[in-house]
Design a protein around this ligand. Sequence first.
Ligand SMILES: Cc1cc2nc3c(=O)[nH]c(=O)nc-3n(C[C@H](O)[C@H](O)[C@H](O)COP(=O)(O)O)c2cc1C
Length: 272
Amino acid sequence: MKVLLVYAHPEPRSLTGSLRDVARETLQAEGHEVVVSDLYADGWKAEVDRADFPPLTPDARLKVPAASGEAFTAGALTADVVAEQEKLLWADALILLFPLWWFSMPAILKGWVDRVYAYGFGYGVGEHNDTRWGDRYGEGMLAGKRAMLVVTAGGWADHYSDRGINGPINDLLFPINHGILHYPGYDVLPPFVVYQADRVDEAGFEAVAEDLRERMRTLATTRPLPYRRQNGGDYLIPSMRLCDGLGAPGATGFALHLDGAERGRAADTAGD
Ligand SMILES: Cc1cc2nc3c(=O)[nH]c(=O)nc-3n(C[C@H](O)[C@H](O)[C@H](O)COP(=O)(O)O)c2cc1C
């Protein structure tokens, strides 16, 4: 496989940086081709602004989706964005590696998503009609590819468990897994999360590294999270509400969007 690692940490000697090295070395040893986008080292520009859309005239009001779509269609996006889009199209699998900062990804990585997922590439893809609501959620430019998160978190696993005060980790990561990865098409694998990341000693690191090596060895075969396809009949169009009768009885929120949750399938695939 061809694998793109997008890595967001300012310190190469961090735990996240060491996990990037473990992932890269294991994947290469397995015979995969690996490319790394190191956002801090590359000086990635995180904010979306007018400079991203060269065709826009100086007096025109900036409407980001429209300007993004026009620049994408005209092949006029900036070279840094085009290079990342080409890497995404090249890769069979995408792995995002980052520390959990304020229950989400570092701003530089969010800015990578904001800029690289142009209109026509990450969103605004496909036709809208009575039976389809565009190509999204398992369909789209990146359909047929796999993606997963490698996340380090300072908090305890219990704090991120089903009744933990921080909220369940799979709920916190839902906007990234479902909203950023599944939306443009990816099959999303359960995340690899390291808890109490600031307290990992040498023995602890070796155990974490071995777990990650196993996840890298099984990258091509791990069963994806069972997100529902939006055009498969589970959702009403145009409201895009889940049809009555689907989902576990009484379930609300993110869990509704896991197919088979009513049969307990989500529980054994939902990751650490
Ligand atoms: C700005 C900032 C925000 C953080 N927010 C969280 C958080 O929301 N939840 C959490 O568990 N840890 C949080 N942490 C702790 C980091 O997740 C932890 O320091 C990091 O994963 C350690 O790995 P590293 O050595 O690769 O940086 C935060 C740390 C920083 C600097």
